[in-house]
Write a protein of this length. Structure first.
Length: 301
């Protein structure tokens, strides 16, 4: 979270286009915990933890990160382009599930996911250009982000945020993996269960914290777009990179095909339907999503 705040301020200070900031700093920055944890887990021989982290994070992003703040303050889904982005998320989810159904994610599947990432970026650039984000929407979004996050303003504080975030992120990822594996061994449960729950929750905490603050400040409408972008990047960028550099193909356990992937699909479908109708995630739906997340965790354990 600190790294993203510092990077946003740094980009603004050196006058990088808001569109580029949104595509790189904000989008990739908020998915940085998942990326570092998944890549590290795959490299040290725990590929099941890597895929569990991404799938569990996508489930948590919808059921928890959207559900809990919606109870505090309803989230409108009527921003320009959010319906199209929701359909892109659904497409990425279906592509990922189809590749998992083949039994393993190897380098070829990783390349396919990264090609999908390129198409996603092309869609964002095209739709943003059509909406003239350069001139009109970006400043409003930037001001809203500033109100929600409380960005550093001085050059010294920006440097402190970036350096601290860059140091703390890989350190936190290493501690999270070690703690998660140790916890799984102590309880005698599979690593994937810890990855789907504790590790996934840990990597989703920046989004949850920001969204809750936004809800209390009645700025929660930004959260849905952030969740959609994060979910797309988790599937296409993080799993694409992880599958590409993993020493061995990432095997897909049967439990994933029968439980975890269907839950991820259902969560994405609910959010896609709401955004397509330009509706609102109200308190009733938020409570339902939150109950669904708790129930899912109970079933896992």
């Amino acid at each position: 979270d600190v790294l993203v705040r510092g990077a946003i301020s740094l980009a603004a200070k050196i006058r990088i286009s808001p569109l580029i900031v949104g595509l790189t700093v904000v989008a990739l920055g908020t998915s940085a915990p998942e990326l570092v944890v998944s890549v590290r887990a795959a490299l040290v021989g725990y590929p099941d933890l890597a895929i569990a982290n991404v799938v569990g994070s996508n489930i948590a992003n919808v059921l928890l990160v959207v559900g809990l703040p919606a109870i505090v303050y309803p989230m409108a889904c009527n921003q320009p382009g959010v319906a199209a982005d929701g359909r892109v998320m659904m497409g990425a989810t279906l592509l990922f599930i189809a590749l998992c159904a083949l039994g393993a994610l190897g380098r070829i599947q990783g390349i396919v996911l990264l090609i999908g990432l390129g198409l996603f970026f092309a869609h964002v650039i095209r739709s943003s250009s059509l909406k003239q984000v350069w001139a009109s929407e970006a400043p409003d979004e930037s001001l809203a982000m500033e109100r929600i996050l409380g960005l550093p303003t001085t050059t010294m504080m920006i440097g402190v945020f970036v350096v601290l975030g860059a140091i703390a992120l890989p350190l936190g990822a290493e501690l999270l993996i070690r703690g998660g594996i140790g916890f799984a061994e102590a309880l005698g449960i599979p690593n994937s269960v810890i990855g789907l729950t504790m590790v996934a929750l840990g990597t989703s905490l920046p989004e949850l914290a920001t969204t809750l603050v936004a809800a209390f400040k009645k700025e929660a409408e930004l959260a849905v777009g952030n969740v959609i972008g994060s979910n797309v990047l988790n599937l296409l960028a993080i799993m694409g990179v992880t599958a590409l550099i993993s020493p061995t193909p990432i095997e897909i356990p049967d439990r994933f095909l029968s439980l975890n992937l269907p839950v991820m699909f259902a969560a994405a479908l609910v959010l896609t339907i709401v955004t397509s109708r330009r509706g609102t995630v109200g308190r009733a739906l938020g409570a339902t999503l939150l109950i669904g997340y708790v129930t899912y965790n109970v079933v896992l354990f």
